[in-house]
Design a protein around this ligand. Sequence first.
Ligand code: FEO
Length: 398
Amino acid sequence: MYYSVHVVGRVHWIGVNDRRKRLFENIWPLDRGISYNSYLIVDDKTALVDTVEDRAAGNYIERIEALLNGRGLDYLIINHMEPDHSGEIKVILDHFKGVKLVGNVKTFKIVEAYWGIKENLFEVKDGDTLDLGHHKLKFVMTPWVHWPETMMTYDQTEQIIFTGDAFGSFGALDGGIFDDEINIDYFEDEMRRYYSNIVGKYSNMVQKAFAKLQDVPIKVVASTHGPVWRSNPSKVIELYNKWSRFDAEEGVVIIYASMYGNTEAIADYIGRKIAEQGIKNIHIHDVSRAHLGYLINEIWKYNGLVLGSCAYNSEMFPLMEQLTRELIHMGIKNKKLALFGSYSWNGGGVKNLKKFTEEVDLELVAEPVETYGKPNIEKLKQYDELARKMAESVRKAN
Ligand code: FEO
């Protein structure tokens, strides 16, 4: 990358795009790439806010040097230690002699674990400040958004907040950096996918962070991934607030596991019956075809979820089991749930889906239904009530 972008005051965006990585954290698809945003403040004192992933860094150091124009780097502020942001810390330390690492006690534990670094540390606590000249920074501890050490850095002068992963998005920045330079509709799905896949598990901690920031005036939201919000920061704040409250849109996601099409046929029938009740957002997915990350994104978006599994060696289908395990892990809430399945010998799909409901805080809106053998029109009528109740419950919830 051969440019930096002025943000506000003496702050410059100095991030990079990564279009090579196929899977974020080696699990979540990056079909549209991702940006790692880093910011340089060239004030009376100079400070870098977060770095970038090492394999995507390119000429990152040269770009910093160009902005510093012969000056040194006084501080490297570490809001988050996940390697997509901490990847260049050691390189920065080696290159800019005397730079002080700014972080909290938990940050430095990881810094030491990664590189054995114990010196040039500037430890901050919640509410501590750092005066750079024009910019007066204040540190806000926001643990578990997304790791235990995560914090945010708020500039009281220009009212820009450097939020780490919070308010981030999948998707590379294809020229436009700011929300007003981009058709933001393109990003909304990627933002929710990023939120639900990466940060969603910590939604209660996101809500705690919101409570802390409630009375803080914010003009610019500068996350470490995705657009910088300078024209409409309230848009991304509202979206994150909504998602972390599990506030979903009216609609039903039907996800099925099917070996030979029997459970799939039931999924189609349920979808049709829900549509007859006037619900328009109905999306049916084969758990063997769609990646877990996309399924979780869809589940986060809508308030109704129908899961169906064939029996597989007297258990749930393995990929459905993986999905349900991930939903438990993420603490999914506030969905209306229904279950179905089919079997040819002694069952196992629905039996284990029912066990899943004991471990999640989801409301089962209808008695689960399971079909023996191939469905026919008589057997399928058993699903009318399930579909009707699902439609009724998602409509009522909005
Ligand atoms: Fe973008 Fe939790 O790292």
